[in-house]
Design a binder for this molecule. Structure first.
Ligand code: PLP
Length: 431
């Protein structure tokens, strides 16, 4: 047996054991800053080491210092999934190690990216004729969108909701546009009646980070269309819900926007990182990012994806998205999303039924914001997380402390959500 084959077997055994036992591990722990680093050598080894040595240190030093995002009771931020097809694809991606910077640099990688983006657009009900490609993160996709917008309106401002993810403000800063937060209504939706005179772009959010509220995209698209302002939609989390016809309303109006980002690495069972973006105006992306040198000329009659985003080097992310879409099928994806929405609604009903607790915001997807009416919610969330049985993130909403429970892992069951509720109530009682 070759050395690689032996190590692949070891890695396969490790992955299987890790995933089989993940639910029995503490989701996270109370690590001290610097504690893990102190257990690692200060300098690299002079001689190469066997794979077993790395696996041993992974088990003994690294694992105890990780938050297990693949744990079924990871409910913090937006929970996600390193699914079986995603794990397998990542192995093959590294084995292939192709760079999809130009068509010529690996033709099938570019063409598969086009196919998977077209498949996903069909699943989400997005326009069939838009340009689509993959970025590492929604942060980068939003940088790309705003850089494209700036080619049409240099020097304007970027308007987004006060509830928009901070990646929007960062992207605006990065491309040298001023960021202007817009007030939200009672349902945490961006108001649509702000002046657009000096706007370069508006970013609407479908599924805000705080409460998963959905901005009035159709109304914003109408106004932006009239004013000639770029509308970018950040559907990083909730966009995936549109695979279910009954949830497709969340993307209403997006076909009138200029660009949209959806993160399969959030709620579409694809491991970090994979962020999909589409635009009706690829020529503006090209104006922002197209560049040619004599060492890397463009391919005639083919798509060179280096011209559509900030990065030159591009991982073969399409392979894992392709595997995920094929492994689950549209039916399997819908079933998982529906189950997550069902579990979130069930959890919210338990909160509603308990007079000591209240739901803090509408919860159309798989995330619930809630609070203990009289307790210290920060302390409850922290105490619950310190039990190791679950991981929830505290947050602030309109000056009040709340707790967010975000369901997004394919392994999460009703029993996991019930256990989380039990632990949270115990922690509140123990205060
Ligand atoms: N947009 C929203 C609504 C988010 O919630 C997040 C992250 O949670 C982002 C954008 C940023 O995503 P990424 O980490 O892919 O840059």
């Amino acid at each position: 047996m070759s050395g690689l084959r032996r190590d692949l077997d070891l890695a396969a055994d490790w992955v299987e054991a890790y995933l089989d036992g993940i639910g029995d591990r503490p989701v996270t722990q109370d690590a001290e800053p610097g504690g893990i680093r102190a257990r690692l050598p200060e300098s690299p080894p002079e001689r190469g080491e066997p794979f077993e040595a790395m696996l041993r240190d992974l088990d003994e030093v690294i694992l105890p210092g990780l938050s297990h995002w693949n744990h079924p009771r990871f409910f913090a931020w937006f929970a996600n999934t390193g699914s079986d097809p995603g794990i397998l694809a990542e192995l093959l991606i590294a084995a292939l190690n192709v760079n999809a910077m130009t068509w010529e640099s690996s033709p099938a990688a570019t063409e598969l990216e086009q196919v998977t983006l077209s498949w996903l657009a069909q699943l989400l009900g997005l326009p069939a004729d838009w340009h689509g490609h993959i970025e590492d993160t929604a942060s980068t996709a939003t940088v790309a969108a705003l850089a494209a917008a700036r080619t049409l309106r240099p020097g304007g401002a970027v308007y987004a909701s006060q509830q928009a993810n901070f990646s929007v403000e960062k992207a605006a800063r990065l491309v040298g546009l001023e960021f202007r937060p817009v007030e939200v209504d009672d349902a945490f939706r961006m108001r649509a009646d702000f002046p657009l005179d000096d706007a370069a772009a508006v970013v609407a959010t479908v599924g805000t980070t705080g409460t998963t509220s959905v901005d009035p995209v159709a109304e914003l698209a109408r106004r932006c269309g009239e004013a000639g302002v770029w509308l970018h939609v950040d559907a990083a989390y909730a966009g995936s819900a549109a695979v279910c016809p009954e949830l497709r309303w969340c993307l209403d109006g997006c076909d009138l926007a200029d660009s949209i980002v959806v993160n399969p690495h959030k709620w579409l069972f694809t491991p970090m990182d994979c962020s999909t973006m589409w635009t009706r105006r690829p020529e503006a992306l090209r104006a922002a990012f197209g560049v040619e040198r004599d060492y890397l000329v463009d391919t005639e009659d083919a798509l060179d994806l280096k011209n559509y985003g900030p990065a030159l080097g591009r991982r073969f992310r399409a392979l894992k998205l392709w595997f995920v879409l094929r492994w689950y099928g549209a039916d399997g994806l819908r079933a998982l999303i529906r189950e997550h929405v069902r579990l979130a609604q069930l959890f919210a009903s338990w909160v509603d039924d308990d007079p000591d607790w209240e739901v803090s915001a509408a919860h159309p997807f798989s995330t619930v914001c809630f609070r203990h009416r009289t307790g210290d919610n920060d302390a409850i969330a922290r105490a619950a997380t310190l039990t190791g049985k679950l991981f929830v993130a505290p947050a602030q909403l309109r000056g009040e402390s709340i707790i967010r429970l975000a369901i997004g892992n394919a392994r999460t069951t009703e029993a996991d959500v019930a256990l989380a509720w039990e632990v949270l109530r115990e922690c509140a009682r123990a205060q």
